[in-house]
Design a protein around this ligand. Structure first.
Ligand SMILES: [Zn+2]
Length: 462
């Protein structure tokens, strides 16, 4: 062999070696099973997810991942199921401060005697910050990685969410009567515009416009709200047809259903997230499908406040984007999305008298990729696929009540509780590892909330 040929051969060998050298990535998560929630519902048992920076690079068997990638950090949890982070499509985070303040009351008594007075006396930037921190701690601990919010002083919620490392679609509330952060709807709209400008390009926060509901806003405020959202290409969040009274009032006032009235004023669009959608008829469902509206189904809140049961079977049959929410903790009373999955499935079976309705796999779809579709974020989150943002959780499957484990999806929906979550990762960052939350000081968060609760207690006593 000539010297030139030897050099060539060596070059070829080093090229092959370079090809085989593992690629450096920031994190690999290895578990008993990886549930991808991709289009073909692919699973790997055992499985591993390679993450670099904020993105998923690969999902495969642990040996295939080990061959191709060298990780700076590895989470190896051989008894855990790895799945996409859960997506809560409707809540009011700071309302955790009113958790258990008053229960088992008729909706109007509950609102007018407890929630409204407590809010009037205690909602402030400080309260919102302390409440959101508590909510964020609970969400990280129970496997929620993205949540949708509607409250007051939303900029405080956004800052706190970012500090906690969660992803949020956060809507500043617009309401006809004086609110804690705005005297008039015009003030509310101006605050919202400033809020959108401040958070428009944030990697974790999607700012939104949140006209509270049809029954709490007049036509011009509703129209101004959607115009503002369209100008900045941000989502709109609204409560829709939550109670039978809301339906009846709309019929008396406008002669049509809430959904049809909002259609008549050009309110609906593909970036709208409507919470509840309980009292809708077939024509309403047709409108929501045609306009690409996402529906947030809140089974626990709807049951606790006796609001009714949303027609989830009809929504799914019509192809409406459907996700799950907890609603605020004053009406739930927690932010545990595993319970939301379980209750969504039970409620659907109960009202249809058919145990085949809303099986476990569908409940899991709703809490992951379904929620992503509701938020218009299905290309970024909701499943574990290369190129998507690295939002995932691991769930321990070794408790007595999870034994034996024949089917991880059955256990995730029918057995698992939020405190079985062991790892929470958002945007490639580890927010909780082995049940220890890294981005919040849990003891301080709970201490601050308990101190503030004294003020809330005083407020409802007076
Ligand atoms: Zn709500």
């Amino acid at each position: 062999m000539t010297r030139a040929r030897i050099a060539l051969a060596l070059l070829a060998l080093s090229a092959i070696a370079a090809q085989r050298a593992p690629t450096a990535v920031s994190l690999v998560v290895i578990g008993k099973t990886v549930i991808t929630e991709n289009d073909s519902h692919q699973r790997f048992s055992p499985g591993a997810v390679a993450i670099n920076g904020n993105a998923i690079v690969a999902v495969d068997t642990p040996s295939a991942i080990a061959e191709k990638y060298r990780a700076a950090d590895t989470i190896d949890v051989p008894n855990d199921v790895v799945l996409p982070g859960l997506i809560n499509t409707h809540t009011h985070a700071p309302m955790v401060m009113y958790r258990g303040l008053a229960d088992d009351l008729a909706l109007m008594d509950w609102l007018t005697k407890y929630i409204f007075p407590a809010e009037a006396k205690t909602v402030s930037p400080d309260m919102v910050r302390i409440g959101t921190r508590l909510a964020a701690l609970e969400m990280i601990e129970s496997g929620t990685t993205t949540y949708t919010d509607m409250y007051y002083f939303e900029e405080e919620i956004a800052k706190t969410t970012r500090e906690a490392g969660l992803r949020g679609v956060l809507g500043n509330t617009i309401i006809q009567f004086p609110a804690p952060d705005a005297r008039t709807p015009k003030d509310g709209l101006a605050r919202t515009e400033a809020f959108i400008k401040a958070f428009k390009d944030d990697p974790l926060i999607t700012p939104a416009v949140a006209p509270h509901a049809l029954y709490t806003n007049d036509r011009s405020t509703l129209v101004a709200s959607v115009e503002l959202a369209r100008r900045y290409h941000v989502p709109v969040i609204i409560h829709l047809a939550e109670t039978e009274d809301e339906l009846k009032d709309a019929q008396v006032k406008y002669g049509v259903t809430p959904t049809a009235y909002l259609e008549s004023i050009g309110f609906w669009g593909p970036m709208t997230i409507a919470a509840h959608g309980v009292w809708v008829n077939d024509e309403d469902i047709g409108i929501l499908k045609r306009r690409g509206v996402g529906i947030s189904h809140n089974p626990e809140s709807n049951m606790k406040l006796a609001s009714g049961a949303a027609p989830v079977v009809q929504y799914l049959a019509a192809g409406v984007a459907l996700g799950l929410g907890t609603d605020g903790a004053a009406s739930n009373n927690d932010l545990d999305m595993f319970e939301a999955m379980r209750q969504a499935s039970f409620l659907a079976k109960h009202v249809t008298h058919d145990p085949r309705t809303l099986p476990a796999s569908t409940a899991l779809d709703l809490a992951t990729i379904g929620g992503a579709r509701v938020l218009g974020m299905e290309r970024q989150i909701g499943s574990l696929e290369p190129g998507k943002r690295a939002d995932l959780i691991t769930v321990s499957m070794s408790a007595a009540r999870q034994t034996p484990a024949y089917d991880p999806v059955s256990h995730l929906v029918y057995v698992t509780r939020g405190d079985d979550v062991r790892t929470t990762v958002v945007n490639g960052k580890i927010l909780m590892r082995d049940r220890v939350v890294k981005t919040l000081n849990a003891a301080a968060v709970i201490g601050d909330a308990n101190a503030l609760a004294e003020k809330v207690r005083q407020a409802v006593r007076q």
